[in-house]
Design a protein around this ligand. Structure first.
Ligand code: NAD
Ligand code: DAU
Length: 338
C-alpha cells in the first residue's frame, strides 16, 4: 500500500511517521509538506534514510501540484495532518487557515475523486465541538455533539470535517475522521503551551498564562494519538467519526506548575497575561467508541507523559533551540511583548 501523509514535518505527522515507517516496512510512506514555519525536516531525521520513506515539498491547496502528485504516485491512502494549527495565529491572521485547512482539504478530496482512493483520513480536533463549562465535569464530547466552533482555527477545521462528510455522502469517497484532544510530547513546536513552558523555564524566562489559568484541556501523549489514527485508518469504518482522548483533564495552571516542579524551577516565573479572545473554557473527550469498536487504549497518562516529555526536551536542546533562535522569536515578541 502507498500512503501519502500530509503535514508530516509537523509535530503529530512527524511522530506518526516515526510510528509507522518501521512498523510497516512493506508499505510505502510519502510525506507531503509545505514546510511552513511549523514544518521542520529535522523532525523527520529518524526516518529520512528508510527505503520505504520519501519526502515531497508542496502545498495541499495547490491544485495543479496535488493532481500531478496523485497522477504520478497513485496513492492508496491519504492521511491529512497538514494544517495551520495554532489558535492564537488564527486570531491574528485567519485567511491562511481558510486556505490551508479548508481549500487544502477540498483539493485533496477532489484529487481522491479524480484518481480514486482506498481511504482518505482527516485528522481533526476536539475544538470543532466548541467548549464545555467548568462546573459540569460530568459532560464530555461524544461524536454526537453539535459542531460549534469558537475560533477561526476551529471554524476552519469544522468546515473541513463537513466537506469530508459531504464528499463521503455525495461522491462516495471512502473517508474517515478522527477528532483528538490536546497532544503533547517530542517535537512539539514551542509556541504551544507545554513546550513553551519547558523551553522558557529552562532559560529562566517568564511563563505567560492567559487569564487566570483555570481553562481546562484534556492532554494526550502524542504516541497514543498515532496508535489511534493507525487503528482508524486500518480498521475504522468509512463515513465514521472517532473521538480520541485519554481522560487527562488538567487546568492550564496545574500543567504549568507540574512542569515547573518537574524541572525544579520556581512558580515566580509565572506571569498572568491578557486572555486569548474567545478562549474556550474546557475540552474533554469521550473515547468510548474507539475503545469499544477498535480496542484502542492509551499507554500513557499525564503523570508518565510529562516527565518523558521534559526528558526529551532536555536531551534534544538543539532541536528546539534552532526554532526559538529563528523567525519564531519575532512572533513571540509580537504576541506577548515579553
Ligand atoms: P503543526 O502545526 O505542528 O504541523 C503542521 C504541518 O503542516 C507542518 O509541517 C506544516 O509545514 C504543514 N503544512 C501547513 N500548511 C500546509 C500546506 N498548505 N500544505 C502542506 N503542508 C502544510 O500541527 P500539529 O500540531 O502536528 O497538528 C497536526 C494536525 O492534527 C492538524 O490537522 C491539527 O488540526 C490536528 N490536531 C492537533 C492537535 C494538537 O494538540 N496539536 C490535537 C488534535 C488535532
Ligand atoms: O484541543 C486540540 C487542539 O489543541 C488542537 O486542535 C490545536 O491544533 C492545538 O494547538 C491545541 O490548541 P490549544 O489552543 O488548546 O493549545 P495551546 O497549546 O495553544 O494552548 C493550551 C492552553 O494554554 C489554552 O487554554 C491556552 C493556554 N495558553 C497557551 C499559550 C500558548 C496560555 O495560557 N499561555 C500561552 O502562552
Amino acid at each position: 500500500m502507498k500512503y501519502i501523509v500530509t503535514g508530516g514535518a509537523g509535530f503529530i505527522g512527524g511522530n506518526f511517521l516515526h510510528y509507522v515507517v518501521d512498523k510497516y516496512p512493506g508499505d510505502e510512506w510519502i510525506c507531503l509538506d509545505k514546510l511552513t514555519y511549523a514544518g521542520n525536516l529535522e523532525t523527520l531525521a529518524p526516518v529520512a534514510d528508510r527505503p520505504n520513506y520519501s519526502f515531497v515539498r508542496g502545498d495541499i491547496a495547490d491544485r495543479d501540484f496535488v493532481f500531478e502528485l496523485f497522477r504520478k504516485e497513485k496513492p492508496d491512502v491519504i492521511i491529512n495532518f497538514a494544517a495551520e494549527s495554532h489558535v492564537d495565529r488564527s486570531v491574528s491572521d485567519p485567511d491562511i487557515f481558510v486556505k490551508t485547512n479548508v481549500t487544502g482539504t477540498v483539493t485533496l478530496l477532489d484529487a481522491c475523486r479524480e484518481f480514486g482512493i482506498r481511504r482518505y483520513h482527516q485528522v481533526s480536533t476536539d475544538e470543532v465541538y466548541g467548549d464545555l463549562p467548568l462546573d459540569r465535569p460530568d459532560l464530555l464530547f461524544t461524536e454526537e455533539n453539535k459542531i460549534r466552533a469558537s475560533s477561526p482555527y476551529s471554524a476552519s477545521k469544522a468546515a473541513a470535517d463537513l466537506f469530508v462528510s459531504a464528499y463521503h455522502r455525495t461522491f462516495g469517497i471512502p473517508a474517515s475522521i478522527s477528532r483528538c484532544s490536546n497532544n503533547y510530547g517530542p517535537y512539539h513546536f514551542p509556541e504551544k503551551l507545554i513546550p513553551l513552558v519547558i523551553s522558557r523555564a529552562l532559560n529562566d524566562e517568564k511563563i505567560p498564562v492567559y487569564g487566570n489559568g483555570a481553562n481546562v484541556r484534556d492532554w494526550l501523549y502524542v504516541e497514543d494519538h498515532c496508535s489511534a489514527i493507525d487503528l482508524v485508518v486500518r480498521k475504522g469504518r468509512e463515513g465514521e467519526v472517532y473521538n480520541i482522548g485519554g481522560h487527562n483533564e488538567r487546568s492550564n495552571l496545574e500543567v504549568v506548575k507540574t512542569i515547573l516542579r518537574t524541572l525544579g524551577k520556581p512558580e515566580s516565573l509565572i506571569e498572568f497575561v491578557k486572555d486569548r479572545p474567545g478562549h474556550d473554557m474546557r475540552y474533554a473527550m469521550d473515547p468510548t467508541k474507539i475503545e469499544k469498536e477498535l480496542g484502542w487504549k492509551p499507554k500513557h497518562t499525564f503523570d508518565s507523559g510529562i516527565p518523558a516529555t521534559v526528558e526529551w526536551y532536555l536531551s534534544h536542546r538543539e532541536w528546539w533551540e534552532h526554532i526559538i533562535s529563528g523567525e519564531y522569536r519575532n512572533y513571540f515578541e509580537k504576541q506577548y511583548g515579553l
